[in-house]
Ligand binder design. Structure first.
Ligand code: C2E
Ligand code: MG
Ligand code: MG
Length: 276
């Protein structure tokens, strides 16, 4: 029916299999939430110039009893479609805030902890209000939290973007644009949005070492960030040669397998002890 009237389609066994798999996954997601099968991993963020640990990005993991560790790439899109993302994303924020508070209570300084928010999650409910409520209840300063929104999700929000972003910033939390360079946001947009950080998408960073188009784009993003007084962070740094180029260009911070992959909270706490 989606393809319009007066068309026909052949039945395919693949389609039923896919539909069944989807249903199975959807049920498993709901059960997973109820049974607390979700967990946050933390990927360290480093200062390019000094090499110091600055914080982390919290990344969602699903520890399924049969399937093992499931990647967010596999379940976030479905969670968005079914609306489960609101509950799941709410849990992510609460868990990250709780974890920061716990580390601080132990005398550790995790720095700024970033977390990802989907545009679907922003559209439903009142996210800025929820954020305010969580930091108050948990007793953590909002300046330790950084909200990551992808460039494409900003565009998906349409008219409400400017208003929502300023409301988020009014809570005292920081704002970062994730996967920057992959969407189509214009410069005037950026000026209006007043974000704190641009995160250069991994695809451009991975092309840095080759003669591909990556270098020009990375150069341009960093120059733009500097001109607009925004922090610039590179994601997916895997090679020393990539870090060298980023340092020469004046990129502020980075995350990537070169230094550390996302890790369970306990491991990140050990890193905090070692680095302090
Ligand atoms: P993202 O926010 O852009 O996160 C960065 C992704 O790059 C992570 O994948 C991370 O593990 C991976 N990565 C980090 N360093 C390297 C590297 O050096 N090389 C390579 N090849 N990859 C690297 P992950 O954890 O699988 O997450 C994928 C995406 O899922 C995230 O992309 C984000 O968009 C989404 N996601 C993760 N957690 C959440 C969440 O809590 N809520 C929402 N809405 N989305 C989430
Ligand atoms: Mg992210
Ligand atoms: Mg990203």
């Amino acid at each position: 029916k989606l393809a319009g009237k007066n068309t026909f389609a052949f039945y395919s066994a693949d389609m039923t299999r896919l539909a069944r798999r989807r249903l199975e996954l959807e049920e498993a997601l709901t059960t997973g939430l109820a049974r607390k099968q979700f967990e946050l991993f933390y990927q360290p963020v480093w200062d390019v110039a000094s090499g110091q640990l600055k914080g982390a990005e919290a990344l969602l993991r699903w520890r399924h009893p049969e399937w093992g560790l499931v990647s967010p790439v596999e379940f976030i899109p479905l969670a968005e479609e079914t609306g489960l993302i609101t509950e799941l994303g709410g849990w992510v924020l609460e868990e990250a805030a709780r974890q920061i508070r716990q580390w601080q209570d132990q005398g550790l300084d995790p720095g700024v902890v970033a977390f990802n928010v989907s545009s679907k999650q922003l559209k439903r409910g009142h996210f800025p209000g929820f954020l305010r409520q969580v930091v108050t209840e948990v007793g953590v300063s909002p300046r330790y939290l950084e909200v990551e929104l992808t460039e494409s999700s900003l565009l998906a929000l349409g008219d409400r973007t400017t208003e929502l972003l300023s409301e988020i910033r009014e809570t005292g939390a920081r704002l970062a644009i994730d996967d920057f360079g992959t969407g189509y946001s214009s410069l005037s947009y950026l000026r209006r949005f007043k974000v704190d950080k641009l995160k250069i998408d991994r695809s451009f960073v991975s092309e840095l070492s080759s003669e591909g188009g990556g270098l020009g784009i990375v150069k341009a993003i960093i120059a733009m960030g500097q001109a607009m007084d925004l922090e610039v962070q590179a994601e997916g740094v895997e090679l020393d040669s990539q870090l060298q180029v980023l340092a020469e260009l004046g990129c502020d911070s980075f995350q990537g397998y070169l230094k550390a992959a996302p890790m369970p909270a306990a491991e990140f706490a050990e890193l905090l002890v070692r680095e302090s």
